[in-house]
Design a protein around this ligand. Structure first.
Ligand code: PHE
Length: 352
C-alpha cells in the first residue's frame, strides 16, 4: 500500500462528508443551485467518487468496510439532496401561486354580504309549514280587476263591505275598475276558476291599502291566503288547521283563538288572534293592552263565492283564511313597531 493511497482512504470521513453536504444543501437557495451542488457532491471531483476510486489501493480487509461507508454516505447525501429539492419545489410553487394570482375584485373594499329580508324569509318559512301540512303554493297578480278583488268575493259594486278595505285604484280603464289588490283573497277566485276541487293551497303575496302606518299597519304589506275545498270540510277542520299552524310556526307556548267576525266571502267568519309575543299576554302598547294580536281573518267559504266560480256548494265545502306575513314576522321577532320592516335601517335588519 503506497503512502498516497493510505492518505486517500484515511482522509475519507463519512460523517464530515454528509454534514458538509447537509450544510451546502441548506445554503442552496434555488433548484438550479441545488442541481449544481448535486454535480459537485456526486460528480467526478466529489469526495465520494474520489474515495471510491481510492478503494482500489486499499487492503482487501479494509476495502469492504470502507466501501460500505462510502455507499451509505452516498445514500445519505442523496437523501439530503432529495429532501432539499422537495422543500425548494414547494417554495417555488407557493411563490408562483402568489405571483400569478389573479385579482378578480374590482373594488378594494369587499362589500358586506347582504341577506334575505326578514319578511321574505318569513314568507318562505310560512310556505314551508303549509307545504309540510300538504298545501300547494300558488300566486296571483298584484294588480287586480274589481271583479276578482271584490265582486266574485260576494261584494257587488257599491256594497258597503268594500269599505273594510281602504282601496288604492289605478288610473286604468273605467274609474275604479283596476285596483292594487287589497288582500290575497282574489287568488282564491283565480285558483278555483282554473282548477276543480279538491283544493289545498296557500297563496302568499303583496297587498296594498290606503292605511296610515302605525305600530301594526303598513300600507304595503303581505298576506298568505289559505284555501281548502273538499267534500265534508267543516269549521273544525279550519280551527284544527289554524291551531296546528300556530304551534308549528310560533311554538307551543303561543295560543290561538278565533273570534266571531264578518267577511262577505266567508260564512261563518272569524278573526284569528294569537297571544301577543311581546308581552306574552300581559298587555302592552303593541297589542293595545289586550294581550292578543290579530293575525288575520278566516271562515267557511260562502256559497255565493262558489257560485261565482261554478263550484257546486251542495257537493263541496271549504274554508279560507288570510294572515298578515309582516304581522307574523313582527310577532315571531317581537318587533314592537312594524314600521321598522320598511325603514331598512341596517342596525335593525342586522338583528333579524
Ligand atoms: N281577505 C281578508 C282580509 O284581508 C282575510 C280573510 C281571508 C278572511 C280569507 C276570511 C277568509 O282581511
Amino acid at each position: 500500500m503506497t503512502g498516497a493511497d493510505r492518505h486517500a482512504s484515511d482522509a475519507f470521513d463519512p460523517a464530515g462528508t454528509v454534514a458538509r453536504a447537509r450544510q451546502a444543501a441548506a445554503d442552496a437557495g434555488s433548484l438550479e443551485a441545488l442541481g449544481e451542488l448535486r454535480g459537485v457532491l456526486l460528480g467526478k471531483r466529489g469526495e465520494l467518487v474520489r474515495a471510491q476510486r481510492a478503494l482500489g489501493g486499499v487492503a482487501p480487509e479494509e476495502r469492504r468496510r470502507l466501501g460500505e461507508q462510502i455507499n451509505s454516505a452516498r445514500a445519505e447525501v442523496e437523501e439530503v439532496l432529495a429532501a432539499r429539492q422537495g422543500q425548494l419545489r414547494a417554495e417555488e410553487r407557493a411563490r408562483r401561486l402568489a405571483e400569478e394570482r389573479l385579482d378578480l375584485t374590482e373594488v378594494v373594499d369587499v362589500p358586506r354580504r347582504g341577506r334575505v329580508h326578514v319578511v321574505e324569509r318569513t314568507r318562505r318559512q310560512l310556505e314551508d309549514v303549509f307545504v309540510g301540512m300538504g298545501f300547494a303554493v300558488v300566486e296571483g297578480p298584484e294588480v287586480e280587476d274589481d271583479w276578482h278583488n271584490f265582486e266574485a268575493l260576494n261584494m257587488p259594486i257599491a256594497h258597503p263591505a268594500r269599505g273594510m278595505w281602504d282601496t288604492l285604484y289605478l288610473e286604468l280603464g273605467p274609474p275604479e275598475s283596476v285596483v292594487l289588490r287589497t288582500h290575497t283573497s282574489p287568488v282564491q277566485i283565480r285558483l278555483m276558476q282554473r282548477e276543480r276541487p279538491p283544493v289545498y293551497a296557500v297563496m302568499p303575496g303583496r297587498c296594498y291599502r290606503r292605511d296610515t302606518p302605525d305600530a301594526r299597519h303598513i300600507p304595503i304589506f303581505h298576506q298568505i291566503e289559505g284555501l281548502v275545498v273538499d267534500k265534508g270540510i267543516s269549521f273544525s277542520d279550519l280551527a284544527g288547521t289554524i291551531e296546528t299552524f300556530t304551534g308549528a310556526y310560533f311554538g307551543t307556548d303561543i295560543h290561538s283563538r278565533l273570534r266571531p267576525s264578518f267577511f262577505p266571502f266567508t260564512e261563518p267568519s272569524a278573526e284569528y288572534e294569537i297571544t301577543c309575543t311581546i308581552c306574552r299576554g300581559a298587555g302592552c302598547r303593541t297589542c293595545s293592552q289586550t294581550g292578543w294580536i290579530e293575525l288575520g281573518g278566516c271562515g267557511m267559504v260562502d256559497p255565493a263565492v262558489f257560485a261565482a266560480v261554478g263550484v257546486d256548494p251542495e257537493e263541496w265545502t271549504g274554508f279560507a283564511f288570510g294572515f298578515g306575513i309582516d304581522r307574523c314576522a313582527q310577532m315571531r321577532h317581537q318587533l314592537p313597531d312594524m314600521r321598522v320592516l320598511l325603514e331598512n335601517d341596517v342596525r335593525v335588519l342586522e338583528q333579524l
